[in-house]
Design a protein around this ligand. Structure first.
Ligand code: ADP
Length: 274
């Protein structure tokens, strides 16, 4: 992507030279235009790929006005990153756990889209799982919804669409838009009728399995595995790349099989949540 963008152009940006890159800015590169406009920078010093993502291409943009983190996707509509930004903003709104502040979402010139956000420098030495548990529990407790279960928009988990229509009852939401929806995908894409049929039997039993539980909607990160948890330079937890929705708080642990949460995490979490 970087190579694709930084080609010779004749725009008003044409004269801006990246001395070390020996290239000039492309016509209408919306990422650079935003960074050099609203983003407050007058010079982009360096663009460096960031590895570790699963879906998108990620780069850090070092400027004379700080660092931006940018993800691009050649195929995705802007709605994918708009939903990511809405999730990040919802979590930010709880003022409980650190998440990067989204700054701009837009479309790429020919096809695809991008998101620009705050760059957070991560600590190599990690942090304390108890802080993560405590702050996540505070987010679940503070992030409530008056519209029920769901989210302001559909989003994606990985690159799989995730429907989030507002629904009053958790069992209905979970049955229809989480398990039921995924089972349909399994059947359509992998023709796994056996799993589908077993899943249908589980769906029928859900109201019984969850009966008498009083479930209130909590704001969930929605994709909380180890790749989406980091610690900043102060050692405080940061959660990234969400698939947010309001759901049963324990649905957050659906990804715990690859999150590496230990006893200190759960102890701190349930101390806050009770
Ligand atoms: P994808 O959407 O492709 O899964 P991620 O959001 O997981 O991509 O990000 C890709 C990489 O960038 C990961 O290694 C992640 O730790 C890092 N990263 C994500 N957000 C930020 C950020 N705001 N600041 C710095 N690094 C980030």
């Amino acid at each position: 992507f970087v190579q694709g963008v930084f080609v010779q152009g004749r725009s008003r940006w044409h004269q801006r030279r990246f001395s070390h890159l020996k290239i000039t800015m492309a016509d209408g590169d919306p990422i650079c235009e935003w960074i050099l406009g609203e983003g407050g920078a007058s010079k982009i010093k360096r663009v460096t790929p960031v590895g570790g993502g699963c879906i998108n291409v990620a780069n850090r943009y070092d400027t004379d006005f700080g660092v931006y983190f940018v993800k691009t996707n050649r195929d995705a509509e802007t709605s994918m990153f708009e939903a990511e930004a809405a999730g990040l903003n919802a979590m930010l709104g709880t003022k409980t756990i650190r998440v990067p502040k989204p700054r701009k979402v837009g479309s790429l010139p020919r096809k695809g889209s991008y998101i620009i956000m705050e760059f957070i420098e991560f600590s190599f030495s990690g942090g304390n799982q108890a802080d993560l548990g405590r702050q996540l529990a505070r987010m679940h407790k503070t992030g409530t919804s008056e519209s029920g279960f769901g989210f302001v928009m559909d989003n994606t988990i990985g690159s799989t669409p995730q429907p989030n229509p507002w629904t009053n009852d958790w069992v209905d939401f979970y049955r229809e838009y989480r398990l039921g929806y995924q089972l349909k995908l399994v059947q359509q894409q992998y023709r796994d009728n056996d799993l589908y049929e077993k899943g249908q039997r589980l769906l029928e039993r859900l109201p019984f399995l969850l009966k008498d539980l009083k479930i209130t909607p909590s704001l969930l990160h929605g994709d909380l595995w180890s790749g989406n948890v980091a610690y900043d330079k102060e050692g405080m937890p940061v959660i990234l790349d969400p698939a947010c929705y309001y759901g049963h708080n324990e649905a957050e642990f659906g990804m715990s099989w690859c999150a590496g949460f230990g006893d200190p995490f759960y102890k701190a979490y349930f101390e806050v949540l009770g």
